[in-house]
Design a protein around this ligand. Structure first.
Ligand code: PBG
Ligand code: ZN
Length: 328
């Protein structure tokens, strides 16, 4: 036995109680945000083939689902309002329809739950454009500065309906500033912005694009979403959004980008969200269905890893299952 043998890290791992006491990372229901896809008609409910366990729902069904989720401890939601193909156009005009699925759901949820539910809404044009890109096109790519006022209007409509936070996911330059101004000028200085600051062009969004029918008809989003090889640029995007007035930041996707979560955590003091995206969810679900992975343990491991990397908030389709089944 030499001196170093007196030091035994395993002493801290001897029992569950001890491990729980010294654990450095804890995931709590208060950190979880449940995403929802909202349809326009009451009574509507549709399963999503590539996202088992997640349904698109009309506002009334959503209300009941959110009520049940609240019983489990989920106190915040991220809403994606959808629209039918016949209402889509080049500029995503339906995105600012106050009678659309999103605004109706926002109003219904806030009327029912008030401040007992935090309603965050995705702000992006891609579910509303006929070409599927996140802004009106110029030479096949979204025109950055033409997109900004449209995002501002969409955010204002959500705020008018009662949204607590808007979450722009388009990756246009200066959109946080444009949305902040639009909100402030319409009497919504108290409505916050959770910016998808660091959003990578990722193949993990595949199931979401099925769910929201928001795939680009031509081309891809590499001209506006971030290149997955870049970490320094992630810090730059995060700091720009903070300077433009974002209240909270986000890194998306989460699992292949834990290093980026850590880097953003270290350069900003704002609350930081990790978005555990559709493809990350579906991959776990598919493997679990085949019996190849133990879902409960994998979900716990994934969510804990995001928190350990530095995320304060976890946006995840697993939220309901994790709380109902006690996986955390
Ligand atoms: C819309 C948007 C996307 C996601 C959130 N908002 C898709 C995309 O950018 O193509 C992805 C969410 C997920 O995969 O769960 N811009
Ligand atoms: Zn988009």
């Amino acid at each position: 036995m030499n001196d170093s043998n007196r030091i035994r890290p395993r002493r801290l791992r001897r029992s569950q109680a001890l491990r729980d006491m010294v654990s450095e990372t804890r995931v709590h229901a208060d950190q979880l945000i449940m995403p929802h896809f909202v349809l326009g008609e009451d009574g509507q409910q549709e399963s999503i083939e590539s996202m088992p366990g997640i349904d698109r729902m009309g506002p009334d069904r959503l209300l009941r689902q959110v009520e049940a989720d609240r019983e489990l401890g989920i106190r915040s939601v991220l809403l994606f309002g959808l629209t039918g193909d016949s209402t889509k156009d080049s500029h995503g005009t339906a995105s600012k329809d106050p009678t659309g699925a999103g605004p109706r759901a926002i109003a219904l949820l806030k009327k029912e739950f008030g401040d007992d539910l935090l309603v965050i809404t995705d702000v992006c044009l891609c579910p509303f454009t006929d070409h599927g890109h996140c802004g009106p096109l110029e030479n096949g790519q979204p025109d950055n500065d033409a997109t900004l006022p449209l995002l501002g209007e969409m955010a204002r409509v959500h705020a008018d309906a009662g949204a607590d936070f808007v979450a722009p996911s388009d990756m246009m330059d200066h959109r946080v500033a444009a949305i902040r101004d639009a909100l402030d000028q319409s009497g919504h200085a108290g409505v916050g912005i959770l910016s998808y600051s660091v959003k990578f062009a990722s193949a993990y969004y595949g199931p979401f694009r099925d769910a929201a029918s928001s795939s680009p008809q031509e081309g891809n989003r590499a001209g506006y979403q971030m290149d997955l090889r870049n970490g320094r640029e992630a810090e730059r995007e995060a700091l720009l959004d903070e300077a433009e007035g974002a209240d909270m930041l986000m890194v998306k996707p989460a699992l292949a980008y834990l290093d980026v979560i850590r880097r953003v955590r270290e350069v900003s003091r704002l609350p930081l969200a990790a978005y555990n995206v559709s493809g990350e969810y579906s991959a776990v679900k598919a493997a679990a269905e085949r019996g190849w992975l133990e879902e409960s343990l994998v979900v716990r491991e994934n969510l804990t890893a995001m928190a350990r990397a530095g995320a304060d908030l976890l946006i995840t389709y697993h939220a309901r299952d994790a709380l109902r089944e006690g996986w955390l």
